[in-house]
Every structure is written in C-alpha cells, then in structure tokens.
Design a protein around this ligand. Sequence first.
Ligand SMILES: CC(C)(COP(=O)(O)OP(=O)(O)OC[C@H]1O[C@@H](n2cnc3c(N)ncnc32)[C@H](O)[C@@H]1OP(=O)(O)O)[C@@H](O)C(=O)NCCC(=O)NCCS
Length: 196
Amino acid sequence: MSQIFPRFLATPRLLLRRLRRDDGDALCGYRSLPEVARYQGWESYGPEDARRLIEDQKDAEPGIPGTWFQVAVVERATNVVIGDCGLHCLADEPQQMEFGVTLAPSHQGLGYAAEALECLIHFAFATLGMHRVLAITGDQNQAAASLFRRLGFRQEAHHIEHRWYKGHWESEFVFALLRREWELRSQRNLEAGAEA
Ligand SMILES: CC(C)(COP(=O)(O)OP(=O)(O)OC[C@H]1O[C@@H](n2cnc3c(N)ncnc32)[C@H](O)[C@@H]1OP(=O)(O)O)[C@@H](O)C(=O)NCCC(=O)NCCS
C-alpha cells in the first residue's frame, strides 16, 4: 500500500516524521515528566509504553477512521526528537480530525508546537481533505488553550466537570477550525505578508 504520510514534512525549524524504533528513549524522556503527563491520557510513562506506541504505529496512516496517527517532532538544528503530535480521524466523522500535541519542557515557549501544528493543519486540509479539525484541552491547561487560540481555532464548548479523570471531575474546552475558516486565515496572512 502506498503511504499517505510522506517521508517527512518540513517547517523552517522542524521535521515531522513517523515514529521510529529508536525514538523510545526520547518519548519516555519527556512523556514521563509529571508536568507533561498532567493533562494527558497517561498517569506514568515507561519504556514499555513507548515500545507499544511505536509498534502500534508501524503500519499506521493518517485519516483512517477511528485511529490515531502519531508524528515525531524533530528539531532540525540538533536532529533531536523534542515532541510528538497525534492526528485522530474520528470514527463516525472521517472528515474531522482531532489534534494532540506534546513537547519536551526544554523545548516549550519557542513556538515549536504552533509551527508543527500549522504544518499538520495544512496537511489535514490540503492533503487529507478534512472539513473540520478540533482539539480538546483541560480548561486549566493554559499553554494548550492559548496555542489553539493563536492558531485561529474557535472555542466551541466549555464542558464543566463532565468527565472523571485521574481522580477528579475534569472540565475541558473544545476548540475547532473549519476548512473555510483556515482558507480565509491563510489568505489574510498572505495579504498581510505582501503588504509588509
Ligand atoms: C501544549 C504545549 C504543546 C504548548 O507548547 P508551547 O511551547 O507553549 O506552544 P507554542 O509552540 O505555541 O509556543 C508558544 C510560546 O512560545 C513563544 N515563542 C517564542 N518564540 C516564538 C516563535 N518564533 N513563534 C511563536 N511563538 C514563540 C510564545 O511567546 C509563547 O510563549 P508564552 O506561552 O510564554 O506566551 C506544551 O505546553 C505541552 O507540551 N504541554 C504538555 C502536554 C499537553 O498538555 N498537551 C496538550 C494536550 S492537547
């Protein structure tokens, strides 16, 4: 089967590529940190979790309904894996894609998450033909909420204590962006660039 995801996607400072066997140590290095795990689906993260994720992703492709496709975020200057992004094609709405993103704390605050997601949003709309992309963030996760707002996502919902999560009732935001909103935003960015 031909691969939907290319060998890599490049941005000015990053390469986005499939997970590889030797990414385990890097994934564990940041995913096991409490501040990184705080709003994520895992409580703890060890070498076996990383091994299983990499193995599960071996033949994965983005845009398969009901599956997550995981991408390594590599800093071009150092060739180090500094994070990962997840692309979840919804089971019942295959033209809708949820994004997840995790960066090593050492590489947060540099605009890398935004740079990686800009590229993946373009891929989701232009290559995969998505209609709508979304993200779900804990309402106390300010870094994630401001990231998606900065990327032009609309806040569509604020669910209050709607799910039992890690021993408490968690409140979450839902952010979303339609293809036509993204096209308008890209057009405006182009025009602003031309005027500058
Ligand atoms: C959510 C997460 C990925 C956000 O990372 P981030 O580095 O804050 O996000 P960005 O890439 O958008 O960077 C924005 C910051 O970089 C700064 N920055 C520096 N250089 C920049 C540049 N060239 N371009 C853009 N922003 C830049 C911005 O000012 C901003 O800083 P501020 O938050 O102090 O205002 C990160 O906090 C994380 O991995 N958290 C743990 C996992 C998690 O909770 N994920 C969310 C689940 S959906």
